[in-house]
Design a binder for this molecule. Structure first.
Ligand SMILES: Cc1cc2nc3c(=O)[nH]c(=O)nc-3n(C[C@H](O)[C@H](O)[C@H](O)COP(=O)(O)O)c2cc1C
Length: 206
């Protein structure tokens, strides 16, 4: 049975750089025999968390929108590739809204002590992030947030692909090493032979 790789593109712009890298990574996963699904947040309705804390009692989010569909898909997937542009040194707002809504999974696990159905499965995740400038700590916030996000999802944080100094829409196409790395890392992520890494593999390109 082939493994399921879900790609979530969070950039608000069409033909965004992180989106193009995500598509390459999914192509790599497909080349490894995986079944892939691509979802773009643009066009979906994901409200921010309203901190009502209803999930502390219910273990589910009471705000009904596209989150429920996305949550099911994220829990079903064997691999997640989550792509974001860098906005103010962090995930973009669209990505962060989805991450924050996963608070209901956090509360299910850690407040209600109900393990997710995913416990014990080999689930791994990758982050793709692209920023227009170059600075020393520009991926630090993404790294930290991703660590907690994937922990909540019961996924091993397997790999980062971070690319800096790529700004205009589609510019990443002129960066063959980033496109090739996205394909390679997507293919490797889909492997069930290699054991998951102890800490995230970090590929950072300029
Ligand atoms: C609101 C906003 C904030 C941004 N903040 C940063 C930033 O903090 N650091 C950076 O290097 N680039 C920043 N950028 C540039 C984007 O990261 C860059 O254009 C990137 O290629 C966008 O990726 P995308 O095409 O996948 O959307 C920002 C762009 C916008 C629109």
């Amino acid at each position: 049975m082939s493994i399921k790789v879900l790609g979530i593109s969070t950039s608000p712009r069409l033909k965004g750089n992180s989106d193009l890298l995500l598509r390459q990574a999914l192509a790599g996963a497909e080349a490894a025999g995986a079944e892939t699904e691509y979802i773009r947040l643009r066009g979906l309705n994901i409200a921010p968390c309203i901190e009502c804390n209803s999930c502390y009692k219910k273990g589910a989010c009471v705000v009904e929108d596209d989150y429920q569909m996305l949550s099911s898909k994220m829990l079903e997937a064997d691999r997640l590739i989550f792509a974001t542009p860098i906005f103010f040194m962090n995930f973009c707002a669209q990505a962060k809204a989805l991450i924050d809504r996963c608070q209901c999974l956090w509360s299910r696990k850690y407040v209600l002590k109900q393990p997710l159905q995913t416990a014990g499965r080999d689930r791994r995740a990758m982050v793709i992030a692209v920023g227009g400038t170059r600075s020393k700590k520009m991926f630090e916030s993404v790294r930290l947030t991703a660590k907690y996000f994937f922990d909540v999802l019961d996924m091993i944080y397997a790999v980062n692909l971070f690319v800096n100094k790529v700004d205009t829409a589609g510019q990443i196409k002129q960066h063959p090493s980033a496109m090739n790395e996205a394909f390679r890392l997507g293919r490797e992520l889909a492997s069930t032979v290699a054991p998951p890494p102890e800490k995230p593999i970090n590929v950072e390109l300029t």
